[in-house]
Design a protein around this ligand. Sequence first.
Ligand code: ATP
Ligand code: MG
Length: 385
Amino acid sequence: MFDFILKPSSQKYQHSQVLDDILEKRYRELVVKHHIQSDAAQIQILGHLQQLLDNISAQVEQNKYLAFNPPFSSAQQTTKSLYIFGDVGRGKSMLMDVFFDACPIKLKRRVHFHAFMQEVHDYIYQSQKQNKADPITSLAIQIRKTSLLLCFDEFHVTDIADAMLLSRLFTQLIKQGIIFVATSNQHPDDLYKNGLQRALFLPFITLLKQSAEVIELVAKEDYRLLYFKSMETVFYVGDREKGDIFLQQRFNELTNNGVVEAKTLWIKTRTVEFSKVHGDILYSTFDELCNRELGPADYLAIAGEFNTVLIASIPVLKSEIRDQVRRFVLLIDNLYEKKIKLICTLDQSLEKIDFKDKDFDIKRTLSRLLEMQSEKYFQSDGLAV
Ligand SMILES: Nc1ncnc2c1ncn2[C@@H]1O[C@H](COP(=O)(O)OP(=O)(O)OP(=O)(O)O)[C@@H](O)[C@H]1O
Ligand SMILES: [Mg+2]
């Protein structure tokens, strides 16, 4: 009856004792096989994740014998969830992945928090169309059927619709006995800071702190920088198809195969949409950045918002596309000044670019682009917040 909780025996899971320190063991394997650095702060976080893993395993054992009770009902639940916060690039998502892979249950899901909330809104919208009562409770019951453990990557709240919903939603999820692990750049107290009607959001913060252990990952460094230093090239020149593969791979490595979402930047009184964003990483194209009506304020905002920008398909810069080139110059100036990391693909190498215009100077841009590939540039602190 409970086979949906336990993984098949091929997963080696026998008893929680077997899992002792399995996370640290897997981490050590990563250190050896993938040459990641051993970091005491990360190992400390793994200790908390291991504790949670042990608790889940123990509860699974216990529930195997409670044939007529739904496993992990709220009455039985003693296990606290986990909320890991910390600066960018410290390895939060990576550690969560180690935990997720090792967790010996079938009913688990790892999802980008924003994507999860999209699904929640869709469900509520459909329920309301069908005049169904109490959609949040029925949604929590639905979620519980497929997920006992939810791993949320990049927990953040900027949207008022999410903010107003979270307290009710999480109350129901917790009631269903669902356990969650979340990674975030913010402490719960800082979530939805300065958001509209924040007072109505505060009960959620209280609930979060009650139901989850909140821990900070203070790792040695931003490991994404190490990654930049180890890259042979950040600028790929040549065939577009291969260039796209190059860029996608760099993106996957930088984000641990992170999910992309659309993002809207509010710039003064208007909005600018980007189709692919992961946290502070913008995955864009020359067309998206330079082939639409963007101006100085927009490029300033882009450089303020992102820490790394990937630009696909920078074409041969020539006078026929003078307007786009002018915007490109502005873009690079802003990225350079804020020390934003740049990875891009170009149709033509920088040395071959021969573009002259009486109104603006591309020489400075080319020299900046050369510098933006250097290790020294990567090491300088980005000024973007
Ligand atoms: N100890 C380490 N040694 C080397 N590389 C590491 C280490 N920890 C993480 N990394 C790498 O650093 C990059 C960033 O890690 P990760 O995406 O997990 O960070 P994060 O804390 O989730 O960042 P963000 O807050 O931006 O989501 C990844 O490529 C990851 O594999
Ligand atoms: Mg992350």
